[in-house]
Design a protein around this ligand. Structure first.
Ligand code: RIB
Ligand code: CA
Length: 316
C-alpha cells in the first residue's frame, strides 16, 4: 500500500546547499508533500534568499511551489550573513542567475506557518529548517498553540565535537539567532539535528559534482556550478577534498532515515556568553539530568546520500 506523502514546510536561506536540499525535496513528490517554502535572512539578506528560493524552484521546473518571505532580522540581534561562503548573491557559481518569473506569496512566512499548522491535522506537518530559526521561533512566540501540532522538526544546525564554523563555538544557523534556537530546543517538539558533526562527512568531490553536471539538465548543471563555487571555501579552510552538503541531509533523512546514525541527547543553546554565543551544548555522555530533546546525528552513508541526491536531481 502506497504511503501518503509526508507534509513538510522547508524554511530556508538559499545558499547553494539549501538549493541542493530544495532540489532533493522537489525531486521526491511521492514521499514528500511540500506545503510551502518559507525564506529567512541568513546566508544573505531576505530579499536575496527570497529571490534565490524562486530561482531554484524554476530550475527544478517547480514554479508552482509556494514561496513565502519571512523575517529579515533575527529576533533580538542584528543580522549576520555569510557572503564569504556563498558569494554576494548567495547562489554564486553560475555565470548568470536568472530573474525569477514566479511571484512570492503575499502572506508572511510566519503567518503561513501558523495558519498551516492550525489547518492541517495535528501531528501531520514536519518543519525542515535549513537556516537561522527566526521564522520558527517567531511563529512559536506569536502562536504557542501550534507547538504541540508540529509532527517533528528536522534541522540543519549546531555542532559539538566538530565545534563551530562561524565562531570557535557556534555553527552559523544557530549563531545568527540563538534566541530563536533556544525557543525551538525548549519547545518539547521532537527534533532531528543534522549538525556539522554529520554534515562534514557529506563532502562533495569532483566525480560527484561531475555526475550532476553530466545530467545536462538546468538543475544538474546549476547544481554543479554552484557546488564548484561553494566547495572552495571549505577545501581552503579545512583542507578537505570537497565542501560539506549540509542542508540536504535533512531531506535525505526524511527519504531514507537509515542513512544516518545518531544519539538522543539533551541540547541547550548558549544565549548569554559573548564567547560561546550560539553554541549547541550537547550532553552527549549523559552527565546531567536534563531530558533528551534532540536526535543528534553523527554518521552518514555518504555514498548512498550522493546516489540519492543524483537520482532525484535527475528527475527535475
Ligand atoms: O552552517 C551551515 C549552515 O549555514 C547551512 O545551512 C548553510 O546554508 C548556512 O545556512
Ligand atoms: Ca542554509
Amino acid at each position: 500500500m502506497s504511503k501518503t506523502p509526508r507534509k513538510i514546510i522547508i524554511d530556508t536561506d538559499p545558499g547553494q546547499d539549501d538549493a541542493a536540499a530544495l532540489f532533493l525535496a522537489l525531486g521526491s513528490p511521492i514521499e514528500l508533500d511540500l506545503l510551502g517554502v518559507t525564506t529567512v535572512a541568513g546566508n544573505v539578506p531576505l530579499p536575496l534568499t527570497s529571490k534565490n528560493a524562486r530561482i531554484v524552484c524554476e530550475w527544478a521546473n517547480a514554479a508552482d511551489t509556494k514561496v513565502f518571505a519571512g523575517c529579515d532580522t533575527p529576533m533580538k540581534r542584528p543580522l549576520v550573513t555569510a557572503e564569504h561562503v556563498h558569494g554576494k548573491t548567495g547562489l554564486d557559481g553560475p555565470d548568470l542567475l536568472p530573474d525569477p518569473k514566479m511571484a512570492l506569496q503575499d502572506q508572511h512566512a510566519v503567518d503561513f506557518i501558523i495558519d498551516t499548522l492550525r489547518r492541517e491535522p495535528a501531528g501531520t506537518v514536519t518543519l525542515c529548517t535549513l537556516g537561522p530559526l527566526t521564522n520558527i521561533g517567531t511563529a512559536f512566540q506569536n502562536a504557542p498553540d501550534i507547538i504541540e501540532r508540529v509532527q517533528e522538526i528536522v534541522m540543519m544546525g549546531g555542532a559539538y565535537f566538530e565545534v563551530g564554523n562561524i565562531t570557535p563555538a557556534a555553527e552559523f544557523n544557530i549563531y545568527v539567532d540563538p534566541e530563536a534556537a533556544d525557543i525551538v530546543f525548549k519547545s518539547g517538539i521532537r527534533i532531528v539535528m543534522m549538525p556539522l558533526d554529520v554534515t562534514h562527512k557529506a563532502l562533495t568531490t569532483k566525480p560527484r559534482i561531475q555526475a550532476m553536471r553530466d545530467l545536462g539538465t538546468p538543475a544538474g548543471i546549476a547544481m554543479a556550478e554552484m557546488l564548484d563555487f561553494f566547495e572552495r571555501f571549505d577545501i581552503e579552510k579545512y583542507g578537505s577534498e570537497g565542501g560539506p552538503l549540509h542542508d540536504p541531509c535533512t531531506i535525505a533523512y526524511l527519504l531514507k532515515p537509515d542513512l544516518f546514525q545518531g544519539r538522543l541527547v539533551n541540547v541547550m543553546i548558549e544565549t548569554q556568553s559573548d564567547l560561546t554565543l550560539g553554541m549547541t551544548v550537547a550532553d552527549y555522555w549523559g552527565v546531567t539530568d536534563r531530558a533528551p530533546n534532540a536526535m543528534f546525528m553523527t554518521e552518514i552513508d555518504a555514498d548512498a546520500f550522493f546516489t540519492l541526491l543524483l537520482e532525484r536531481l535527475a528527475r527535475l
